[in-house]
Design a protein around this ligand. Structure first.
Ligand SMILES: [Zn+2]
Length: 118
């Protein structure tokens, strides 16, 4: 079996569009259900952030992402491992990806991922 890689945008895109990820029984839904549709980081901070409810005639605002704790780019084998998934709100997902200036958790600077735990 050839090893699967998710290095390019195209490869990542096809993963995130795959049935195994976003299908009706995909890992994404499994992670959301396990996490009660709540941001796990908000939960750790004592807050509750759930996904928004669709309102009539309005676009549903997506608030929750399912994040790979170990990014699939570097850990392709963990792409479909439920334990590697965590529900995060958009804010915390951006913080984790380093897309937001984070004053709350300054230690979240880019660190080498710790291989030994896996
Ligand atoms: Zn959050």
């Amino acid at each position: 079996m050839p090893s699967i890689e998710y290095k390019t945008d195209q490869q990542k895109k096809s993963f995130y569009n795959s049935n195994a990820w976003r299908g009706p029984n995909g890992l994404r839904i499994q992670a959301l259900e396990r996490d009660n549709y709540e941001c796990q980081q908000c939960k750790r901070e004592g807050k509750v952030t759930t996904d928004s409810i669709q309102e009539e005639g309005k676009h549903k605002e997506i608030k929750l992402n399912v994040d790979h704790k170990y990014p699939i780019e570097f850990y392709p084998k963990l792409a479909l491992v439920l334990e590697n998934l965590e529900t995060l709100c958009v804010y915390h997902h951006n913080v984790k990806e380093g897309r937001t200036m984070d004053k709350i958790r300054p230690k979240s600077k880019k660190k080498k991922w710790d291989d030994e735990r896996w």
